[in-house]
Design a protein around this ligand. Structure first.
Ligand SMILES: O=P(O)(O)OC[C@H]1O[C@H](OP(=O)(O)OP(=O)(O)O)[C@H](O)[C@@H]1O
Ligand SMILES: Nc1ncnc2[nH]cnc12
Length: 183
């Protein structure tokens, strides 16, 4: 039987499975790639367990996990299933059917719009927003606005990677952001 890993060991494993790609998608951007993490089932289990640990103070009060397109979709549904709650997608412009609500934002390398379906959540529901990474914080701040416009309460924003120098957490309320790895 394999010995259970400590949180520090899981974090170290996750860190080893993050790829580094210089000059992607634009010159000057050092891209942190979570694909190797998904390819290793032990590392993937570790990252989902670590994300769950970050929600300890909200145990029993999370109603929904919201995931940001595209890489929040790779983590959010597994975390939601583990917590026994539902998952809702926050998508780029024009991808969701039916009536939607939109917020635009500025990226480290461009401009974009994120949308949610009207009725994705019931007013008063408690939501945790998940993504792979926070850089300038524009995407996560837009996601928070979307959830709030729908009448939800954001309990926590959760990412695997925080690019600390880009100070994304400053666009969010104090203590709103939890990250597993900081660079
Ligand atoms: O903190 P920010 O500066 O807003 O940047 C963070 C966002 O950038 C990346 O997604 P990207 O916009 O590249 O979209 P993709 O996942 O659809 O490729 C990342 O997955 C976050 O969602
Ligand atoms: N450096 C980076 N690596 C991966 N995804 C990103 N999104 C914004 N900046 C990024």
């Amino acid at each position: 039987m394999p010995v259970a890993k400590t949180s520090a060991e899981k974090t170290a494993l996750v860190a080893r499975r993050i790829g580094l790609v210089p000059d992607f998608p634009k010159p000057g951007v050092l891209f942190r790639d979570v694909c190797p993490l998904l390819k290793d089932p032990e590392a993937f289990n570790a990252v989902i367990e670590l994300l769950e640990e970050k929600l300890q103070k909200h145990v029993g009060s999370v109603d929904l996990i919201a995931g940001l397109e595209a890489r929040g979709f790779l983590l959010g549904p597994s975390l939601a299933a583990r917590l026994g709650v539902g998952f809702i997608p926050l998508r780029k412009k024009g991808k969701l059917p039916g009536e939607t609500i939109a917020v635009s934002y500025t990226l480290e390398y461009g401009q974009d719009v994120v949308e949610a379906q009207m009725g994705a959540l019931k007013p008063g529901q408690n939501v945790v927003i998940v993504d792979d990474l926070i850089a300038t914080g524009g995407t996560m701040a837009a996601a928070v606005q979307l959830i709030q416009k729908l009448g939800g309460t954001v309990l926590q924003c959760l990412v695997v990677i925080e690019l600390v120098e880009l100070r994304g957490r400053e666009l969010l309320e104090a203590d709103m952001l939890q990250s597993l790895l900081q660079y």
